[in-house]
Ligand binder design. Structure first.
Ligand code: CA
Length: 227
C-alpha cells in the first residue's frame, strides 16, 4: 500500500511541484494551504507523513506540529526558510523527524520522505520488553512507562531511548546513536543527537525523578537504570 503524504504549504508553486514529484514517486498526496486546514485534513484522512512549512500565515508550522503531535505520532518533515541552526533545532524540538531548508530540490524532498518511511518499515516486528528499575520499555507497542504511567515521547525520541536502553550501562558516542536511530539516511549533524537525548532525559526525569541518561564528557551518553 502506498503511503499518504500531506503537504501543508501556503506557496502555490511549492505545493504544485512537491505534489508532482511525490505522486511520480508513487505516493498519494493531500494538500493544505494553511495550518488549520492541514490539521483538519490530518484528522480526517490520517496521512502517514506531513511535509510542513514552518512559515505559514495564521497558525505557524511550530504550532501545527505541536497539535499534530498531541494527537498522533505521525511523521513530520519540516520545511524551513532559513538555514539558521536555531530554527532547525526548534523544529526538531517540537518533534519533527527531519527538516529541509528552502530552497530545496524536489528530488531531495522525495528522498527524505522515503528515508523517513523506510526507518519505520525497518523496525523489527516483535521485540522483548525491556524492564528496568524505573522504566519499562515496550519496543513492540512503542510505549515507555514509569510505574504504570505512560511517558509521552515522539517517534524519534522513543528510538533514541531504545538505542541507549538496549546498550544500558555502556557508553554510546554520538555517531553510534546516529547510526542506530537514523541509519544511513541521516543528513544533519551530531548536534541533533544532543537535542534528542536532552529531550528524552528531561521527560524521563520528570516522570521518574531520576537521571537515567548520563553524559560522559567528550564521549557520549549512557543509560544507567538498573535491570
Ligand atoms: Ca510559507
Amino acid at each position: 500500500m502506498n503511503a499518504t503524504i500531506l503537504v501543508i504549504e501556503d506557496e502555490a508553486s511549492i505545493r504544485t511541484v512537491t505534489r508532482a514529484y511525490l505522486e511520480q514517486a508513487g505516493f498519494r498526496v493531500l494538500l493544505a494551504v494553511s495550518g488549520l486546514e492541514g490539521l483538519e485534513v490530518a484528522q480526517r484522512d490520517r496521512p502517514d507523513l506531513v511535509v510542513l512549512d514552518l512559515n505559514l500565515p495564521g497558525m505557524d508550522g511550530m504550532e501545527v506540529a505541536a497539535r499534530l503531535r498531541q494527537e498522533s505520532d505521525i511523521y513530520i518533515l519540516m520545511l524551513t526558510a532559513r538555514s539558521d541552526e536555531s530554527d532547525r533545532v526548534a523544529g526538531l524540538r517540537i518533534g519533527a523527524d527531519d527538516y529541509l531548508s528552502k530552497p530545496f530540490s524536489p528530488r531531495e524532498l522525495v528522498a527524505r520522505v522515503q528515508a523517513i518511511l523506510r526507518r519505520r518499515r525497518s523496525a523489527p516486528p516483535v521485540d522483548a520488553v525491556l524492564r528496568f528499575a524505573h522504566v519499562r520499555i515496550d519496543p513492540d507497542r512503542r510505549e515507555v512507562r514509569a510505574a504504570e504511567r505512560l511517558i509521552d515521547l515522539t517517534t524519534t525520541e522513543f528510538d533514541v531511548l531504545l538505542a541507549l536502553a538496549r546498550h544500558h550501562g555502556r557508553v554510546l558516542n554520538r555517531e553510534q546513536i546516529l547510526d542506530l536511530v537514523w541509519g544511513d539516511d541521516f543528513y544533519g549533524t551530531d548536534r541533533v543527537v544532543d537535542v534528542y537525548v536532552g529531550q528524552v532525559r528531561r521527560k524521563l526525569e520528570a516522570a521518574t525523578g531520576t537521571q537515567l541518561i548520563q553524559t560522559v564528557r567528550g564521549v557520549g551518553y549512557k543509560f544507567v537504570d538498573e535491570r
